[in-house]
Design a protein around this ligand. Sequence first.
Ligand code: SAH
Ligand code: SF4
Length: 346
Amino acid sequence: MQVKKFLIAQTPEELAQWCKDSGFPGFRAKQLQQWIREKMVIEPEKMLNIPALLRQKLREDFYAPSMKIAEKAASSDGVTKLLLELYDGEHIEMAIIPAGDGRVTFCLSTQVGCPVGCRFCASGKNGLKRNLHTGEILEEFLLGCGYLGRRCDNIVFMGIGEGLLNCNELFPALEMLSSQTGFCFAPRRITVSTSGYIPGMQKFADLQKEYTLAVSLHAPDEETRAKIIPDPLRFPIKDILSAVDTYREKAGRMVTLEYTLLAGINDSDAQAEALGRLAFAHHAKVNLIPYNSTGNDFRRPSRERIESFEKHALATGAVVTRRMERGSGKNAACGQLRIKAESEKK
Ligand code: SAH
Ligand code: SF4
């Protein structure tokens, strides 16, 4: 399939060049830039001050947009999940998550499927289909803003996929989101979550930008971690923690260690203490995520167990937070809407 370019991913220079090559005057590129960056509109038919001929040429040369909302799922806690259909019929998900203080976080995907295949996660169930393009990642953001009626306050790449296995497309998207000629989004308000893919963590640190890094540790020891994350994309904990140190030093940002709590697997008080000690030693925060069932063999620990785990981790002096239990209804865990859509397609 011939893949077109994505209008939203065009830099100001690329737009100017395209206008020139297509025989339109330079000020048109500036107008397009205003529509895209300031008004956040990419559909040529909505660009009222652009002549019909130029709008037609835009439609011919670019995806604008490349995706559409295939399904919306709202849960009682205010989270809205959007199932998005891509230009090639594949699906991804994004979530719009309001916080109590009025702020809104977008949770975005980076890949169609995921090659890591963590055993509890719906996103990795059928492996990786393909990487998302820079333009598709940016369109998720744009589509979310359109749906919300304003820009979000935070962006977390915690949807489908392992973003640091798609650095080539993700990093230009981060740059476009945060740069002054792009969407001027504060880098600190953008979080990339990784399963601990070390080569990607190193490249991310080399950007030396103040993006936030979250690492899904899920276990304080190798034996437990091996029950959760399969080979070959599982890296040794000690190497992950030294990549965490490098990130903190190069980006100047404290790293978050995510820990999905699975009953009987990684939820003992001894594991909580071991986790707290690791986090404290590496100046990292811990974020506990009670497991959302995706219909596999794992279970969420009881409320008492989660509280005891949190207490024992806190006792080590580490900073520990717990993800609000939200979106815990049907299809709440990321990747589930997509799996459903895929099986309906067949
Ligand atoms: N691939 C990256 C980012 C996407 S997953 C990563 O693994 O970090 C984002 C977070 O959601 C991870 O911490 C993951 O462990 C968690 N997660 C995925 N499915 C979940 C589920 N069913 N219940 C609770 N947490 C889940
Ligand atoms: Fe992939 Fe993250 Fe899911 Fe693991 S938890 S399968 S790395 S999306």
